[in-house]
Ligand binder design. Structure first.
Ligand code: DGJ
Length: 688
């Protein structure tokens, strides 16, 4: 017998979620743009009832927060579990509800499901937990399930690879399931846990868009399913088969946003959420420091005098943080040995790291150090002492000659905590670059829980130390890891052209303050391309700027350009590290452009990068976005000195500032000078 209908609404900026239950698991009957205050939710519930016809059972089974196979739901169920080898088909009853927390129980299977919702800035966060009276094996548990947009034509999801992160995939909504299952044991280059669901016709800047992000670093599953009756559901959970048998389970937090201003509305909600709600900043009062990382300068070849000279030059260019990368510990002369032996190598560092730290500090830089704590080489004292701490079979396929430590084991975590904290206690270390360079031999959610526990303990003991999440570049970028870290190494690609694209697509979740971007060597080590210093500098200046080349390779002119762009970055970082990144719709597909808009909307900077030669002879107008139509803006092309002589006309924009209305800039757009590919135009705008 069904009970009286109960309804609840959750409102966040830009969205309303309406939930309803007649005694069973609540379901999201509306997820979309904000409903008016006082909307009659019972009327909404009545209006969402659907008909049935021939060939169907007599009522549509509920598409609830956890669709139940036991209640005849014929699509992907929200819970798939076994006990003693037999599938469980619970039929939950709602037992407690306060509008943000919903508890449902099934007496027969002894299972309790709890759904938790919270508004965090412009996004809603939701998670599901499951408690079993007796041990079960969990195959799949969905975070609260939401309806997919009926007017959506496609699903934008992401793939990627080493030095090629955040590649956009487009799949049509169609009968059946579009499924992503990330079995690599980390959020991964291959499967960034984020997807956008635009309605037909939506672009970067206009139209209705829904977006979701699963904040979990151990690999996720996503199902976007169209049912035979036309309804659509979207489910997210831990990757299939990654959970050990047990009695308590919890999904990651699912974050979701709705936009009526194209992809940008959701992108900005996610950017702000990560920066303002998820990350805990060790030094909120300190501006983001310009970074120097020595990896591509010296690799494993550490020599204190060379590194001091490099530090001198980096500081002269404007660096404020010096990071010593891989190679300082054990006998680490290449990547075949020593991971696990976190003791300073006396062959390379006879007087320890302090002389270099002191030198960097005397130059006004803070010091950072690289670790890869979760990993071990078989050729290491640690592996020889504790082979039982290594995950997976002894004859497993290695990755970068290394193996993974079992972080679910408390002893392993305690050992790593001891080694890392000893270094942090005895040295003035302000920053850790925390790397993770191989896929797990067996994907396992307990491993991700273990990493969070270790990072959490270190953060509690050393709250002033900032941590960067690196995983062969961008292999572990998600809100789960960012609860314990503050920066991501977006990609090992320092190729400015590749970076331009990766940063653009990465902005669908990442704000500038969190996304590291470094000026690489003239001759790029990962693509073989040669890029001019202007282009390299401006691309790095789009995000949290740093350098990663050997500064001794710079000519005087290159050093001067880099010093100038770095000074510009510093002069603007206070407002830019808080700004919203808005992707522009470029009429010319060779242009990748974005507008970074100050939170008070009084100023912006637009970056227009030319990623290839254009189809037409001269640039098309580039439309700006999110300005006030009636306001006027002073627009200045700040790097007009970079115009090539083949840009032959004396355009007014090459001459100095122009003043134009927001409406003109957004409707007609700005025409920029002709340029070669691999060039960036940088335009500042100020409301007058
Ligand atoms: C992979 C990282 O992504 C690089 O930046 C560098 O830290 C190397 N590992 C060091 O081994």
């Amino acid at each position: 017998m069904t009970q009286a209908l109960q309804t609840w609404r959750i409102d966040a900026p830009g969205q309303t979620l309406v939930l309803a239950s007649d005694g069973g698991v609540p379901g999201a009957l509306y997820w979309g743009a904000p409903l008016p205050a006082g909307a009659d939710l019972a009327a909404c519930a009545a209006a969402t009832e659907r008909d049935v016809t021939g060939g169907m059972i007599d009522r549509l089974p509920d598409l609830s927060l956890c669709p139940e196979a036991g209640n005849s739901f014929q699509g992907q169920a929200g819970l798939v579990a076994y006990r003693d080898g037999a599938a469980l088909y619970p039929r939950f009853k709602l037992s407690e509800a306060d509008g943000v927390r919903f508890v449902c129980e099934d007496a027969e299977t002894g299972l309790t499901l709890t759904f938790q919702f919270a508004v965090e800035g412009g996004v809603i966060a939701a998670s599901t937990s499951l408690i079993a009276k007796e041990e079960i094996t969990l195959h799949h548990l969905a975070a609260p399930v939401l309806p997919g947009p009926q007017m959506g034509a496609e699903i934008l999801h992401f793939s990627g690879r080493w030095v090629g992160e955040f590649q956009m995939e487009r799949s049509p909504w169609c009968a059946g399931i579009v499924m992503r299952d990330a079995r690599t044991g980390r959020s991964g280059h291959e499967h960034p846990p984020i997807a956008y669901f635009p309605e037909a016709g939506a672009t970067n800047t206009q139209g209705q868009v829904f977006a979701m992000h699963y904040g979990w670093s151990g690999g996720h599953v996503m199902y976007a399913e169209e049912l035979p009756d036309g309804r659509r559901q979207i489910q997210w959970g831990h990757a299939t088969g990654t959970q050990r048998a047990g009695r308590r389970f919890e999904t990651g937090k699912l974050y979701f946003a709705v936009s009526e201003t194209g992809l940008n509305g959701c992108a900005v909600a996610f950017q702000r959420h990560l920066r303002d709600e998820v990350v805990t900043w060790p030094h909120p009062e300190r501006p983001r420091p310009v970074h120097y990382n020595c990896w591509e300068a010296v690799y494993f070849d550490h020599n204190v005098d060379v590194l001091k000279e490099i530090a001198d030059r980096a500081a002269a260019l404007g660096a404020e943080r010096f990071v010593l990368d891989d190679g300082w510990f054990g006998k680490r002369d290449d990547d075949t040995s020593s991971l696990g032996d976190w003791d300073i190598d006396p062959r390379k560092w006879p007087d320890g790291l302090t002389p270099l730290i002191d030198h960097a500090q005397a130059l006004g830089m803070v010091f950072g150090l690289w670790f890869e704590p979760e990993m071990v080489n078989l050729d290491s004292d640690l592996a020889r002492a504790h082979p039982e701490w290594i995950l997976g079979p002894a004859d497993q396929i290695e990755g970068r000659q290394q193996r993974v430590l079992d972080l679910a084991n408390e002893e392993v975590r305690a050992h790593l905590f001891g080694k890392i904290s000893a270094l942090l206690e005895s040295h003035d270390i302000d920053y850790i670059k925390w790397d993770h360079n191989r896929l797990l031999p067996v994907a396992d959610a307990a491993q991700a829980d273990g990493i969070y526990a270790l990072l959490g303990a270190l953060r509690a003991a050393f709250p002033h130390v900032e941590i960067e999440s690196c995983s062969s570049g961008g292999g572990r970028i998600d809100a789960g890891i960012l609860q314990h870290t503050q920066r991501v190494w977006l990609s090992d690609s320092n190729d400015a052209r590749e970076r331009l694209r990766i940063q653009h697509d990465g902005a669908l979740m990442l704000p500038a303050a969190i996304a590291g971007s470094h000026v690489g060597p003239r001759h790029c080590h990962t693509s073989g391309r040669v890029h001019d210093i202007h282009f390299r500098a401006w691309v790095a200046a789009q995000r949290h700027m740093g350098f990663e080349m050997d500064p001794r390779e710079l000519t005087e002119e290159e050093a001067a350009v880099l010093t100038r762009v770095t000074a510009w970055w510093k002069a603007n970082r206070d407002w830019r590290m808080e700004a919203d990144i808005l992707r522009l719709d470029a009429a010319d597909p060779s242009v990748i452009a974005e507008l970074q808009l100050a939170r008070d909307k009084t100023r912006f900077v637009m970056f227009a990068g030319k990623a290839e030669t254009g189809r037409q002879s001269v640039p098309r107008p580039l439309r700006l976005t999110a300005l006030e139509p009636d306001a006027h803006y002073e627009i200045e092309l700040i790097n007009r000195d970079e115009a090539h002589h083949l840009s032959r006309r004396a355009l007014p924009i090459k001459d100095g500032p122009l003043t134009l209305s927001g409406q003109f800039l957004m409707q007609h757009g700005l025409i920029l000078p002709w340029s070669f590919p691999d060039q960036m135009w940088v335009i500042e705008g100020k409301r007058v």
